[in-house]
Design a protein around this ligand. Structure first.
Ligand code: SF4
Length: 344
């Protein structure tokens, strides 16, 4: 039986825990519907769990139509225009914006005002269209420049004062590369440059923690919603340090053949289960339990063979049950999906 370890550092970050706790607290009071503007977390299973408690996820178009309602703002935060719509439509906001994001919004607002007064510019290193970036750029009236790569930065004009911020979940190495390039350009033009490294510490530490975890395992199962950009990034780290890394969104996507060899014996001695900052712990526990089931199937089969070898004709009901469970195919009959390569 392999050792199956769940990474203790994986799971929801502080901001997401706080937003979900607030949603659960509000949903505990029966009565008025609680809407949430956008998915509270990029994880379908957790969203479905909260929907069964009564949460209703809505998009911006539905939000604009609401009146006299109660709406939760998730950890990503929102631009000022969302608060204005709420005021006009008598919408009561339950604001669960992560305090770190909230502080960053304020810093970007102040930074933009300073840059405007000096004819300068504000850059945000982040994913265009991401909810947090929409909230951050909203502080500047959408006048900050959102960049995702060094290639995009290289096309910009740095003959004016520049301030650089980052979406909280971006890669720290890429940020340093971009900041280094801008610093050199601004120095060449003899203008000021201020770099505000606003990557969340819970994110920047995750990469190192995950690297250490992946190296300790023979195989890694990374659990995350397919829409989570944080999930895709952390999965790529795991896979670069452990090529036997599988990506699944739930236990139902696991396939026994990935963990058992042709003779039904476990392929790996140590299997690690980890996830993104949007992956609930209960989902990782489900995944670990399903892998145990696959491997127990093998143990059951071995025990049964031992009975037969000893000429013991007594039936062992528990081993029969275990063997049957171990032979179960993946519910969809397929191998787990991999956001980077379908051939894995
Ligand atoms: S990653 Fe950090 S900043 Fe973003 S929601 Fe989580 S705790 Fe807040």
């Amino acid at each position: 039986m392999p050792t199956i370890t769940i990474d203790t550092h994986s799971g929801f970050c502080f901001g997401v825990v706080r937003a979900i706790a607030e949603a659960e607290r509000q949903l505990a009071f029966p009565g008025e519907t609680l809407y949430c503007l956008g998915e509270i977390v990029h994880n379908t299973e957790e969203v479905q769990r909260l929907e069964t408690l009564g949460l209703r996820i809505i998009g911006m178009e539905q939000f604009r139509q609401l009146e006299d309602a109660r709406v939760l703002i998730r950890a990503h935060g929102e631009p000022p225009s969302t608060y204005e719509i709420a005021r006009n439509n008598r919408i009561q906001l339950v604001d669960a914006t992560c305090p770190i994001v909230l502080k960053l919004q304020q810093r970007i607002k102040t930074g933009f005002e300073q840059m405007q007064a000096r004819g300068g510019q504000v850059l945000i290193f982040g994913k265009a269209g991401h909810a947090e970036v929409i909230g951050l750029n909203g502080q500047t009236g959408n006048r900050a420049i959102v960049v995702e790569s060094l290639q995009e930065v290289e096309k910009l004009d740095f003959s004016k004062p520049t301030m650089l911020f980052s979406q909280t979940t971006m890669d720290a190495g890429k940020y340093a590369e971009i900041a280094g390039y801008i610093a050199a350009q601004c120095e060449k033009h003899q203008v000021d440059f201020k770099s505000v490294d606003s990557i969340c510490k819970s994110m920047s530490q995750r990469a190192g923690q995950l690297r250490a975890f992946a190296l300790q395992q023979d195989a890694v199962v990374f659990v995350s919603g397919k829409q989570s950009s944080n999930g895709k990034y952390l999965y790529s780290i795991c896979r670069s340090y452990n090529p036997d890394t599988f990506f699944v969104s739930s236990a139902d996507e696991l396939a026994s053949k990935d963990f058992l060899d042709a003779r039904g014996r476990p392929r790996f001695a140590r299997i690690g289960v980890c996830g993104a900052t949007s992956t609930p712990m209960w989902l990782m526990e489900n995944v670990a339990e399903r892998i145990r089931c696959f491997c127990r199937g093998h143990a059951g089969a071995s025990r049964n063979a031992a009975f037969e070898n000893q000429g013991n004709m007594q039936e062992d009901p528990s081993s029969r049950h275990i063997r049957k469970a171990g032979n179960l195919p993946a519910p969809d009959g397929s191998r787990q999906s991999d956001p980077e390569s379908e051939s894995r």
